[in-house]
Design a protein around this ligand. Structure first.
Ligand SMILES: Nc1ncnc2c1ncn2[C@@H]1O[C@H](COP(=O)(O)OP(=O)(O)OP(=O)(O)O)[C@@H](O)[C@H]1O
Ligand SMILES: [Mg+2]
Length: 509
């Protein structure tokens, strides 16, 4: 007996204003497979999955679940059909705890007063343990690191019994060892007979986890193939529609001068000089270990170099960026900054990088609104703002329908490109970049890399925090490894290996 595919989408089209996000797309998911969807930023991947999950209604096309034609009018309907989705940008309610977020996602019931929280908590704790997740269930999710928020999203979907799991760029926010954990979890779910869809920009991940891969380009499906019949180079070519030519960017030797940033014995404990939101986080961490967030940090960043920061998330990188960007005051030591012109590409673009409901062009001047080009005598210079935004959109190849639309209508990668463009184009002397290529396709990531090297060659000082060792090794002049709030080693890329970095990151040296 042959099964009908668990999901079939035929001729799906969706237009947003001038953008044809999906253009007669076909997509098939088989029972018990892990199916990867790849494609450049704005290709239409998230749109297709949001249609499957009932968040958008298609303009045309049909969807079949187990061979039956269905009308997925809402996420609730999708849940009924066994679908669950972890979105690219999380949908948790920030002030609710993880437990509340997980439990309350279920449709309301008549006797909600009888909801057995304790039993639910036990089940969720067991599920989390099975998946290897370490999520504090009883603090507001807004105070949790991104990785834990994602675990909450996954728990939420599984707790409600989804047997088709859609994950939109789940690995973008995870550290390498967390990715391995997620993949193990996905394999377990597959062996239980569930079917999974994963969107990712990382082709090595596709090769490692998927059974089948579908490639999208400019709103269409251009290929679908078993993993065994393809390889990363072929995929890259299909994604871009042309062979990739790696750009090589010569690194120029720049003479060392005085450092633009100098930290001497900088220490930050989980004290009281923080905002309310961070207090929560500190409370959790301090209870765990009573540790210092930053412990006697010594670091110089000279003009003309890229200093990489490696480390497992939660070992002080966030706090280092907070003190460097003035969000938190240090408790002891000295922090000298010889420049006012500091650009910051934040790790969490939704929380700190953009203003979702504001116009795309206005998002380009956040932080620069006092610049005379954009504002004179208290009046915004619309023409100048638009010209500058259009230039940046063109230079960074950000495809948008209209720059007066709210920025939330851009694809995830294109939102990230806006943040990077705004920060790098403002001619900073110091660039603090946290995961600048997160969510970017191969092309865009490479473009950002060349911009960073370009900045370095023009005597800017760059601090690059990244969870990707390849990126750090490729770009950095020196890599500082953080563990437990300390810098446990500073190494040169040409003199180290991933193994050595990994050992330092785990505190093994
Ligand atoms: N709600 C919306 N309103 C207007 N335009 C939209 C909306 N959602 C998506 N788009 C547009 O549709 C196109 C496809 O977007 P989509 O989010 O599906 O891309 P994606 O393949 O997921 O890209 P990424 O890799 O960057 O996440 C983009 O040009 C995007 O700007
Ligand atoms: Mg997307």
């Amino acid at each position: 007996m042959t099964h009908a595919p668990i999901i079939e989408m035929h001729g799906i089209s969706k237009r947003f204003g001038q953008v044809q996000a999906n253009d007669a797309v076909d997509f098939t998911l088989q029972h018990g497979e892990i199916h990867a969807i790849v494609g450049e930023n704005g290709a239409g991947k998230s749109t297709l999955m949001k249609i499957l999950y009932g968040l958008y209604q298609p303009d045309a096309g049909e969807i079949f679940v187990n061979g039956n034609r269905v009308n997925i009018s809402s996420p609730r309907r999708a849940m009924h059909l066994g679908l669950g989705m972890v979105q690219q940008h999380f949908t948790l309610i920030p002030v609710f705890t993880a437990l509340q977020n997980i439990i309350l996602a279920k449709e309301p019931r008549k006797f909600s007063a009888l909801l057995d929280y304790q039993q639910a908590e036990e089940r969720i704790t067991a599920l989390a343990a099975q998946l290897g997740f370490d999520v504090p269930l009883n603090v507001p999710v807004e105070s949790l690191p991104i990785g834990a928020q994602q675990h909450t999203e996954i728990l939420k979907v599984l707790y409600h019994g989804a047997d088709i799991l859609i994950m939109d760029e789940p690995t973008a926010v995870l550290a390498p060892q967390e990715v391995e954990g997620l993949f193990n979890c996905m394999r377990n779910l597959r062996s239980e007979g569930r079917s999974l869809i994963i969107i990712t920009h990382k082709l090595d991940e596709v090769m490692a986890i998927a059974d089948t891969v579908t490639v999208m380009r400019r709103g269409q499906t251009v290929a679908s193939s078993p993993i065994a019949d393809t390889d990363p180079a072929t995929l890259a070519e299909m994604i871009l529609g042309e062979p990739i030519i790696p750009v090589s960017m010569p690194r120029e030797q720049t003479g060392k001068a005085t450092p633009l940033i100098h930290l001497e014995n900088v220490t930050l404990s989980g004290g009281s000089n923080t905002t309310k939101r961070h207090k929560w986080k500190n409370a959790i961490k301090n209870k765990e270990s009573g540790k210092r967030h930053l412990d006697e940090i010594n670091l110089e960043i000279f003009p003309g170099e890229i200093v990489g920061i490696a480390g497992v998330e939660g070992n002080g990188q966030t706090e280092l960026i907070q003190v460097l960007t003035g969000l938190r005051h240090i408790d002891s030591g000295t922090l000298t900054s010889n420049s006012e012109r500091i650009a910051h590409v934040p790790a969490d673009r939704h929380r700190h990088g953009i203003s979702l409901n504001d116009r795309i062009d206005d998002n380009f001047i956040i932080g620069h609104h006092k610049n005379r080009r954009f504002c004179r005598h208290g009046i915004l210079q619309r023409k100048s703002i638009q010209r500058s935004a259009l230039n940046a959109l063109d230079k960074y190849q950000i495809r948008v329908g209209d720059i007066i639309h709210p920025i939330r209508t851009l694809s995830g990668g294109n939102q990230q490109k806006v943040v990077v463009a705004r920060e790098l184009e403002a001619n900073p002397e110091v660039i603090i970049a946290a995961h600048p290529t997160r969510g970017l396709d191969i092309h865009a990531a490479e473009f950002v890399h060349t911009r960073l090297i370009h900045a370095r060659n023009r005597a800017k000082a760059v601090l690059l925090v990244s969870s990707e060792l390849d990126e750090l090794l490729h770009l950095s002049d020196r890599i500082a490894v953080m563990y437990n709030g300390k810098i446990v080693g500073i190494v040169k890329p040409e003199e180290t290996t991933k193994q050595e970095l990994g050992a330092l990151m785990l505190g093994l040296n």
